[in-house]
Design a protein around this ligand. Sequence first.
Ligand code: UD1
Ligand code: MG
Length: 456
Amino acid sequence: MSETVKDTELALITLAAGQGSRMNSDRPKVLHALAGVPLIWHALRSGDAVSPARRIVVTGHGADAVEHAVALYDAAITCVRQAQQSGTADAVAQAQSPLAEFQGDAVVLYGDTPFISAQTLQRMQDARVSADLVVLGFEAEDPGRYGRLVENGQSLERIVEAKDASPQELSINLCNSGVVMADCATLFDLVSQVSNKNAAGEFYLTDIIQIGRHAGLSAQVVRCPQSETLGINTRGELAAAEARFQSTARLQALTDGVTLQDPDTTIFAFDTVIGRDSSVGAHTVFGPGVSVESGVEIRPFCHLEGCHISRGAIVGPFARLRPGAELQEDTHIGNFVEVKNSTIAPGAKVNHLSYVGDAEIGAASNIGAGTITCNYDGVSKHRTTIGARAFIGSNTLLVAPVSVGDDAMTGSGTVVTDDIPDGDLALARARQVNKPGMARRLLQLLRAQKAKKQGG
Ligand code: UD1
Ligand code: MG
């Protein structure tokens, strides 16, 4: 052999054309959310672990929406459409034309199977040294509807779909995960020979084993734990997959040196990153795109999404960080504060009841309770810029676009519509008037009126 397995380029074919009718949903199955992102992203990430040279996704049901989600994952992925969902072999055949020039191996993954590990795919690549066709199998607790793998010693002879299996074949516990690896040209050649003469009237990808064996090819099973092959067909399975993802992510965070006050109530996303010696309070939800550096304190009941938090920051309790929130070192974001598309420079504090949207807040500034950036005029969004060491009085409204200079100040209750130069104090509110004794007289009058009504 002139080349080693490692030199063989890999093409990833991910099948995602099926309707997923058992989800009982208008939404294509692979677009249901798992860990905050479309299910298919998990399969794509599994495949990326083995650095494929080419990636093809086969779409069909809800193709436009599925292709949009795939492009959001990575626009370099090629999507091809399967006109009719007539079986997994027909789905694989759609990938032939984009891979016509490709030389190397192909691996078939399912878009609805999120947990195939890098190590497992690696073991399949290793097994390709001694077998033409490699199938990923698992010992099923309840083999149910899965295809059964019929072995003869070390050799895989064929795969029988449950619908077509004899009682004896149904008693086999070794099941087909759906993941197959073979030389790409060989795979397409075998797929072209598959017929649909079976109980479902479908073109079964699983038939390539028997066809290949008859043609003198060798086939082998690589085994993995059933938990890795968990495929999602129902909402119950989706919920079980979410639970599995969360328990793995929690354990990983704890192992990585993150304190979780109550791990069972922390919800992670697909791509959450948290640095060592950070802590996360109970009931905190991470949406996609959050990275937290080391030494950050996240207090209970926060909701974070698409944001970055630098070391030394304190967030919450009850804070909401939305996409584009950039918290620099030693910032404080307190209770009932929402931050969106804004940079909070080192040492700045927004501690109570505020909305900071489309804003720049300078270093060591203090944003008083109830401050609101009025960023939206009903048509467009506008920016607010606040300099360093500024002091924004409680209940200030900053009507954007507007800027506040370094070392500037606003009085409580100010509505800022004009820029404030460095070092100035802005006051924009009605001057207070005290009416001597008027409150007492007014109250006496009101009480007398009430007593008269009740008496009469
Ligand atoms: C398939 C396998 C079965 C295996 C099981 C593991 C076949 C014939 N059977 O059965 O041996 O135990 O997976 O979960 O392969 N798809 C398309 N186009 C189609 C049909 C399916 O893209 O025309 C896609 C689906 O979107 C899905 C995947 O292929 O991602 C598997 O299809 P599905 O219908 O779930 O196959 P199973 O009946 O579960
Ligand atoms: Mg299935």
